[in-house]
Design a protein around this ligand. Sequence first.
Ligand code: ACM
Length: 691
Amino acid sequence: MKRPECALAAALALALAAAGVAAAPSPDIIPAPLKADLAPGAAPVRIVQDEPIRFAPADAEAAFVARRLAELARRSRGLRLRPTPARNDRPGPAIVLQRDAALAPEAYRLEIGAGGARITAADDAGLFYGMASLWQLMTADAERGPVALTAQAITDRPRFSWRGLLLDSARHMQSEAEIERLIDWMALHKLNVLQWHLTDDQGWRLPVPAYPRLVSVGAWRAPAPEPWRDRPPPPRYGGYYSEAQIRRIVAFARRRGVTIVPEIESPGHALPAVLAYPRFGFTGGATAADMSDWGVFPAIFDPSRATLAFLEAVLGRTMDLFPGPFIAIGGDEAMKDAWRGSSAVQERIKALGLADDTALQAWFTRQICDFVSAHGRRAIGWDDILAGAPPPSTAVAAWRSGAALAAASTGRDVVVATAPTLYFDNRQSLAPGEPPGRGVVVSLRDVYAFQPLPAGIAPAANAHVLGLQGALWTEEIRSDEELERMALPRAAALAEIAWTAPERLDFDDFTRRLQADAARTRGLGLRADAPGAPLAPTAAVLPSQALGQCSAKLPLNLEDPWLPAGAGPVDLVDILDSCWTVPPRKLDGVRGISLRLDVLPYNFELGPDAWKLVRHPPTMPAGDLTIRLDTCAGPVVASAPLPSAPHDGSAPITAALAPQTGSHALCVILAAPKLNPLWAIRWVSLGPVRS
Ligand code: ACM
């Protein structure tokens, strides 16, 4: 039988729905909680200066949560709260932290009423999340000092158990302080997994004492050459995280309910390890100089017993440092040409009774997964590993569309990490001034609208979707400022769709709550600015970000790596097709076109994308600019030779435009004799030819 109050609530909900009344806005909490019951007519509850935060004296984690709330209230509101180890049997208002083993993992209750505020949870994470919700309610306005809260009872629990971000510290590193700021922000928004990408072709960041060259050699790279520059190159780039730093970061995260999932890539994305210890792999022709390239490399581990012993030592060390249940093993984008070209590898395929190199990668992955499980942990690999049959306990991070459905439907646990929507290194808008990164537009709304459960999934397979993960890949993201501007506020949208029940999701209400959240985020020392407005297409000068891409194969927002992050222009260029479109505009009386061009290193390993490259053959030896009317097959209306590669990395170019009438789009092609340097457009201006 239904309990009467449930029946009443259900009837009320039906009546409201029938009357077309929208659901009440969520309390000022991101992610929105499952349920908030207001106490109609109850007076607001004041949280006052020196109010105690009580917790059981033996409860060390509750003491930590109490101290963290006191610190947050002081910093963000100037309100002094007093963590007090004491049973809650004293008179007077208090914030109380208490345990109730009956609650689900990570769940909490937050009751705000006559006696103050009471947070109840079974586990440490639930207590922390109840605290985070109370802090957010206390900071919904910009006031300082005591705060009056609406009397209410919040009942909350997560939709998914894996609510993650990936942080790529291999391509560019972040300081310990920045990583901790990010983890703190995550926990206060109920994100609970940080996949820490510690190894890739551009750098190895994890010291393994038995293999010191991994960091002495593998952690450093020279800058991409820019021989056209008339000044010395910047110093080599690199570094690694010391054991002490890693242990501090892991402990910092653990107290906040964030599990770090370290990622050690194999068999591909292995260049630094192979350069440091050539006996464990094939460079595929890549050298140390190529470590400043991005993309998919031919370097790969040799799938030998010796290499497996090496990787076991590395993974053993990884498990010593990272106590969490999951170890990420990579497995993506392994170029196996070197295996095909090695008679020793071909012999091994035969000796193992395998069909081909795909089966060999599957065998290799299985050895790694078995080693991880033999040590009481679970492996998680990119969905590429589904090509072989990894052990059933291996989870999959689905980065390609279709992979989440394929994994979950075959009974495998999956974390949905789909590109491009959950790749937060993509730009957020068409506005100029966005940080460098990938060029697909992934707006806040796109992230919020992302459907965690893949279309077509059978209800029985839903439980295999562990959750969601957004990625902060850092090929182009070189500074804390760039990282934060890419992560935020989209990570807040991710937090909400990963935590909040789908029926509670409401983008407009989310953006309302985001206003206060931006202020809180700034208070935590992070940037939280939404991108600016895109320029009107009628603007006199169009930055590259306002131009179209002819084929949008691999557009990137690029910054000159020889300049400090943020110091130079950011140009949007398709590295597979140097072709842009100018949106239609009136050309009557327009006699010329001016462009500002930049030259950048073409430091991309195209791997399996090489066939997509579009080459525009130049008609002049140093290359040329060609502009066509309406489409890229239209008549040529302007052309000019490219200047020689400029010493300061930038050059103006102008061309006379054949007279036109009416509105027309333009197709702009930069044809250079070689891929390197890469010519990019900074801006285009239509008007009289200026000298
Ligand atoms: C990936 O983007 N290669 C996981």
